[in-house]
Design a protein around this ligand. Structure first.
Ligand code: AMP
Length: 421
């Protein structure tokens, strides 16, 4: 029979890569709690029109990459391609803004039908952060600051790029300017971009087809209304005051329609072609557009698959290395009808809650058990054979120098701590 493989663009996470994910998630939970953000989990699938109305039906994410399906009652559904739309839906549905400011983070899989390549998957993982109810520059700076600190805490070097897309009027005016600029070049554009000229001109700036990209590079910069340009300057000043380094990229529009105001991305030089690790921005219209009360909001999403490639693996990070190798490997030998080895292992787990205690679970010779313990890098081996059971004791072997000692099987915590120093 042929073996079944995971679908293209998906993969199993285990071993070292899984450990890196876990490290990132632990850091995220601890850091975000310190900023007052709490976790939210929304469904992995939602009504398809949620994404059409938020991310935008003319974006690549929705038009080309959505995993959509009909459920058994013929309702149009889609696997979520990003996290913000679902969180905004939840915010409205559960009236999460009732208490004023609302700060949430989420972690989980996202789905996009993209062409898989290094660092790009069809199921990938994001950590996102959303702040509702604050339209201040301080809120913008807090969100960017969290992203910066998070990466710094993980010792990941990244470059911050910012842009200001502007209010609904500024966006509309820029869309018209872009359409007018591209129109004479229509024949040189890809089929999608020809449609974008009338349907969604801003998206002309992030087409991945090289011929379209070349034209996009010569598009004039967006001009902003006075309110928007004052805001942009205040954010720039704020970042300088906070000593956050950044570059301005006036052509960065990001691949989602809902942004207004500040947008930003972070990239790493230590990744190959897919170098974007994080993207975010302000979306002050989205809550209102999805039927909620008009609410200012800002957030970002980090791609964990790419971030995981950049973090120092837990085994090289002393703070997270404790459980990588067993502290004690317990052998019940040759067979252990009263489960003395298991009872002793459990006792060790009580006394050393932070250590890894491994029990030999496969029936094999004492020699083979010792070889296995050595291979795993155990600091101690405990042997509980017929002799030991007869005497009510255990043999403790220190792997570093091979020295052996014995201890009563019923040892209390003090004796155990003394025996495994
Ligand atoms: P976006 O929602 O497109 O702004 O993406 C935010 C971050 O998610 C990006 O910077 C990437 O790190 C990550 N990301 C987006 N799409 C993928 C994908 N197909 N595979 C892996 N990571 C992705």
């Amino acid at each position: 029979m042929t073996a079944i493989h995971a679908p293209r663009g998906t993969r199993d996470l285990y071993g070292d890569e899984m450990a890196r994910f876990a490290l990132i998630e632990t850091e995220a939970r601890s850091l975000l709690a310190r900023y007052g953000y709490s976790e939210i989990r929304t469904p992995i699938f939602e009504a398809r029109n949620l994404f059409e109305r938020s991310v935008g039906d003319a974006t690549d994410i929705v038009a080309k990459e959505l995993y959509n399906f009909k459920d058994r009652k013929d309702r149009e559904m889609a696997l979520r391609p990003e996290g913000t739309a679902g969180v905004v839906r939840a915010y409205i549905q559960n009236n999460l803004g009732a208490a004023g400011l609302a700060k949430y983070f989420y972690l989980g899989p996202m789905f996009r039908y993209e062409r898989p390549q290094g660092g790009r998957y069809r199921q990938f993982y994001q950590l996102g952060c959303e702040l509702f109810g604050a339209d201040s520059v301080a809120a913008d700076l807090e969100i960017i600051g969290i992203a910066e600190r998070f990466l710094a805490n993980l010792s990941v070097d990244a470059k911050l790029k910012i842009n200001f897309i502007g209010c609904a009027e500024c966006k509309k005016a820029y869309a018209a300017a872009i359409a007018a600029f591209f129109l004479p070049h229509a024949d040189s554009l890809c089929g999608d971009c020809q449609k974008r000229i009338t349907k969604n001109p801003l998206r002309l700036l992030d087409c991945k087809v090289p011929a379209c990209g070349t034209i996009a590079e010569t598009v004039p910069d967006q001009s902003l209304c006075e309110k928007c340009s004052t805001r942009f300057i205040s954010i720039e000043r704020g970042l300088k005051e906070l000593e956050v380094s950044f570059v301005i990229d006036r052509r960065m529009v990001r691949g989602l329609d809902y942004y207004t105001g500040i947008v930003f991305e972070m990239t790493s030089q230590n990744l190959d072609a897919q170098d974007a690790i994080l993207g975010g921005g302000r979306y002050d219209e989205l809550v209102g557009e999805l039927g909620g009360p008009k609410t200012p909001a800002i957030g970002f999403a980090i791609g964990l698959d790419r971030l995981a490639r950049l973090v120092v693996p837990p085994s090289e990070n002393p703070a997270h290395g404790a459980s990588r190798t067993p502290f004690v490997y317990v052998i019940g030998f040759p067979d252990d009808p009263t489960h003395a080895a298991m009872r002793f292992s459990e006792k060790l787990r009580d006394v050393f809650p932070e250590k890894r205690i491994e029990q030999g679970l496969v029936a094999r010779s004492l020699k083979a058990h010792l070889r296995e313990a050595d291979k795993l890098g155990a600091s101690y081996v405990v042997i509980i054979g017929e002799d030991e059971i007869g005497k009510g004791s255990v043999t403790i072997k220190k792997m570093q120098d091979g020295s052996q000692s014995t201890a009563p099987m019923s040892s209390d915590e003090t004796i155990l701590r003394e025996s495994f120093k």
